[in-house]
Design a protein around this ligand. Structure first.
Ligand SMILES: O=C(O)CCC(=O)C(=O)O
Length: 306
């Protein structure tokens, strides 16, 4: 990682921004005690107190993260330009000490602190700001939490929303404007915020036709953070849901729901939990059937080859 020539002068260009999107449905907000996750039919929910008892919430300061995990090697995605849509764009990945990665993150956090007077919910502002920084290279950390650090894994509490086994628990850490790109997962997902704020644009599985999926993949070409309705006209008709998570809050994302997740604070750390799918999950969404069939075939092949 280089620490030079990251910042150059500000520039402005005319383009469509997230503020040009049609109004969205606000994801309903619940307390954990009231949450019922149903396999057949479910919708996203923000759980406002999901992380209330996580030790991570009070422990994960830069000093603590550096002390307990700073010398661990972590794998980061690396791309030229700003850190937007890092799962759709060509990326390299490489290993770096967590402390060095955190230094890069906190350096940018300091840089934006002087300029960022937003309320940490404004997606368009976050995207504009990271564009203005003109990063020549950007990075995103995403790895299995226990592999990054067993001690950090002890600081989280897995929600008991579903009876199926846990598939993976992942750590995400990035700077303002970082996003994964619009995609869906085929398994139930809880995304819990520990440090900073993240914005979620979500679309139900029945909107698939309007989102311009890439080939047979679960990623989309349409980008809600820079909506290009000339190239993707059907997307204007797509029903979008949205929410922003603050520390201690979590979002339940049912299988098949498309989501684009974007950091809207200087830096962000969050943890996501994937559960195994119980069999009815996703069956009511025909757009997912080809993916589910592929998944079932791959699993059957795996079992046969054992
Ligand atoms: O937090 C992110 O950037 C991406 C999270 C995500 O894609 C997920 O939870 O499925």
């Amino acid at each position: 990682m280089t620490s030079t020539s990251r910042y150059t002068s500000m520039s402005t260009t005319a383009h469509t921004t997230a503020s040009d999107l049609p109004a969205a449905v606000a994801v309903p907000r619940h307390h954990a005690a009231d949450l019922r996750v149903r396999a057949w039919h479910s919708e996203p929910r923000v759980i406002v107190d999901a992380g209330a008892r996580w030790p991570a919430l009070r422990r994960w300061t830069p000093d603590y993260l550096t002390r307990v995990a700073g010398d661990r090697d972590v794998r980061v995605r690396e791309a030229t330009g700003p850190p937007t849509n890092l799962f759709q764009r060509p990326c390299d990945s490489g290993w770096i000490a967590f402390a060095d990665y955190l230094n890069w993150v906190l350096d940018i956090d300091t840089e934006v602190a002087g300029r960022y007077l937003g309320d940490h919910t404004d997606l368009a502002h976050a995207i504009r700001l990271i564009g203005d920084l003109e990063l020549t290279t950007s990075y995103y950390l995403n790895g299995q939490l226990a592999a990054v650090s067993p001690q950090l894994a002890d600081d989280v509490r897995i929600p008991d929303w579903l009876a199926t086994p846990i598939r993976s628990v992942n750590l995400w850490c990035g700077v303002i404007g970082t996003s994964c790109g619009l995609h869906c997962d085929l398994v139930p997902n809880c995304n819990a915020q520990v440090v900073g704020h993240k914005h979620f644009s979500l679309y139900p599985p029945d909107q698939t036709r309007l989102l311009y999926r890439i080939g047979g993949r679960t990623h989309c070409r349409f980008d809600p953070s820079a909506p290009d309705f000339a190239a993707f006209p059907r997307a204007r008709r797509a029903t979008r849901w949205e929410c922003t998570l603050a520390p201690g809050e979590a979002l339940y994302i049912p299988p098949g729901w498309y989501h684009q997740v974007t950091v809207v604070s200087g830096w962000s750390v969050n943890v996501n939990v994937f559960w195994e799918r119980s069999w009815p999950h996703g069956l009511l969404a025909p757009a997912l059937w080809p993916h589910l069939l592929r998944l079932a075939t791959a699993q059957a092949r795996q079992r046969l080859s054992r």
